[in-house]
Design a protein around this ligand. Structure first.
Ligand SMILES: *Cc1c(COP(=O)(O)O)cnc(C)c1O
Length: 398
C-alpha cells in the first residue's frame, strides 16, 4: 500500500498537514511585538523609521517608505508617478491580481505582454509590441524571485520615455548584473506578507532614488497629511499638520516593523536554507514527469521565493488540479503561481482578454505547482515533500 496515493486509498506520507508558505517565527520576533504593546506605540512609530533605515541599507537605495502592504506600495507608486485615467501600463499576466489592480486603481489600463520560457518573466520583445502613445510605464514582476531581463527593459524605457515600476514582492534578495533589485527602476515595491521571504504578517515598502516620489508616497500613505504627521503625539511636542492630498490609510504599525527588523537580520540565513532545499528538490526530481525551475541566469541573484515545477501533462493520466489534490491527500500543501490574469473573469469582461492571448503564460497556468519552500521546513518536511511528489507522479504517470 506504500506506493498507493492517499487519493486512491493508500496511506498518506505524513500524518499532519504541511502548510504551504508557513512563516518561520522565532522568540525575538515575539519579544518585539510584546515590546511594542508595552511601549504603547501600536501604530506607526519609531520602529517603522528604524525598519526603513535598515531596509535602505540592505537594498542600497536612497529612500524607502514602509506601508501596510506591497499592494499599497504599487498603488501609491502609480499615483506618485502620475499615472492617470487613459494611460496604459504594460505588465505580465503571470502575476498576482495586485499587480494589475494597482494600475486599474488609478484609472489606467493594464496591458499584458506574454512571458518567456523557461524564466516565466515578462518578455521584452512582447513589451515592445504593446507600446502605444498611451503607454506611460512598464511594470515588471520578478517572478518567483528571478530578476527580469532589466537591460532590455531599461533600453525600452529610455527609447520610449517610460517609467519602470517594479513589483518585487518575491525578490527581496535579488540582484541583476551587479545591481540590487530596488535600485534599478524608478520605484520598486516589496512585500512582507506572511508567505514572502521575510514576513510581518502584512506589510510592504517602496524603494526609490527619487526624493519627490518618496515624499509623495509618505504623504499619500497617511491621509495626505504633511510630512511626519505621525510624530505629532511624540515627546518632540505637538506639531500642526496640513492636509495636502486626499490620501490613503496605508501606514505600517510599529508591531509589524518590529517583526520586520528581526526578520531582516535573518534574510541571508533564510535564503541559504531555501537554496539548500532548492538543490535537494532539483536532485530528487530528476527523471520525474516534470521540469524543475530553470537555473539562475549568470551574473544575477535569484531570490528563490518559490519553487515551482511544471508538470509534463503529456506523460500523466490526470491534470494538474488532480495532482495538487493528490498531494493534499498526502498532507502536503501546495500553491499555484499563477493562473494567468487574462483567464480571470474581471480582465476578460473589462479588457477583452481571452484564452489564447498569452500562450506561454497559459502553458504555465495549466502545469504549475509550487511546493513548500519556506525556511521553516525541517529535513523531515523536505523528505516528505520529495516522497509525496515521487509517489504521486509515478502512480499517475502513463
Ligand atoms: C504577494 C504579492 C503581491 C502583494 O503583496 P501584499 O503585500 O500582500 O500586498 C503583489 N505582487 C505579487 C507578485 C505578489 O506575489
Amino acid at each position: 500500500m506504500k506506493n498507493k496515493p492517499a487519493l486512491s486509498g493508500g496511506e498518506p506520507v505524513r500524518e499532519d498537514f504541511l502548510i504551504f508558505g508557513s512563516p518561520r517565527i522565532e522568540q525575538d520576533e515575539i519579544a518585539e511585538v510584546v515590546d511594542s504593546l508595552e511601549s504603547g506605540w501600536l501604530s506607526t512609530g519609531p520602529k517603522v523609521e528604524k525598519f526603513e533605515e535598515a531596509f535602505k541599507r540592505y537594498i542600497g537605495c536612497k529612500y524607502a517608505v514602509a506601508l501596510n502592504s506591497c499592494t499599497a506600495g504599487l498603488h501609491l507608486s502609480m499615483i506618485a508617478a502620475g499615472i492617470k485615467p487613459g494611460d496604459e501600463v504594460i505588465t505580465t499576466p503571470m502575476t498576482f491580481a495586485a499587480t494589475a489592480n494597482s494600475i486599474i486603481h488609478v484609472g489606467a489600463r493594464p496591458v499584458f505582454a506574454d512571458v518567456e520560457l523557461p524564466s516565466m518573466n515578462i518578455d521584452p520583445a512582447k513589451i515592445a509590441e504593446k507600446i502605444t502613445s498611451k503607454t506611460k510605464a512598464i511594470m515588471p514582476v520578478h517572478f518567483a524571485g528571478r530578476p527580469c531581463n532589466m537591460d532590455s527593459i531599461l533600453d525600452l524605457s529610455r527609447k520610449y520615455n517610460l517609467l519602470i515600476i517594479e513589483d518585487a514582492a518575491h525578490a527581496i534578495e535579488a540582484s541583476y548584473h551587479g545591481r540590487k533589485v530596488g535600485t534599478i527602476g524608478d520605484l520598486t515595491a516589496f512585500s512582507f506578507y506572511v508567505t514572502k521571504n521575510i514576513v510581518m504578517g502584512e506589510g510592504g515598502i517602496v524603494t526609490t532614488n527619487n526624493q519627490d516620489y518618496a515624499d509623495k508616497i509618505k504623504i499619500f500613505g497617511l491621509h495626505g497629511l504633511s510630512k511626519d504627521a505621525w510624530k505629532r503625539y511624540s515627546d518632540e511636542g505637538f506639531k500642526h499638520y496640513q492636509v495636502i492630498f486626499p490620501g490613503y490609510k496605508y501606514n505600517l504599525m510599529d508591531m509589524q516593523a518590529g517583526i520586520g527588523l528581526r526578520q531582516l537580520e535573518k534574510v541571508e540565513r533564510y535564503s541559504r536554507i531555501r537554496q539548500s532545499i532548492w538543490n535537494r528538490y532539483n536532485e530528487a526530481f530528476k527523471g520525474l514527469p516534470l521540469s524543475t525551475p530553470a537555473d539562475p541566469e549568470p551574473n544575477t541573484r535569484h531570490a528563490m521565493h518559490l519553487y515551482t515545477v511544471l508538470l509534463n501533462l503529456e506523460d500523466l493520466r490526470v491534470d494538474r488540479d488532480a495532482i495538487q489534490q493528490a498531494l493534499f491527500k498526502e498532507n502536503i500543501g501546495t500553491g499555484i503561481h499563477f493562473v494567468a490574469l487574462n483567464l480571470h473573469p474581471f480582465y476578460v469582461d473589462n479588457y477583452g482578454y481571452k484564452k489564447g492571448d498569452f500562450p506561454n503564460a497559459e502553458f504555465i497556468s495549466e502545469r504549475t505547482i509550487s511546493l513548500p519552500f519556506s525556511a521553516k521546513l525541517n529535513q523531515k518536511d523536505v523528505n516528505d515533500v520529495i516522497l509525496a511528489v515521487k509517489k504521486v507522479l509515478r502512480y499517475y504517470g502513463k
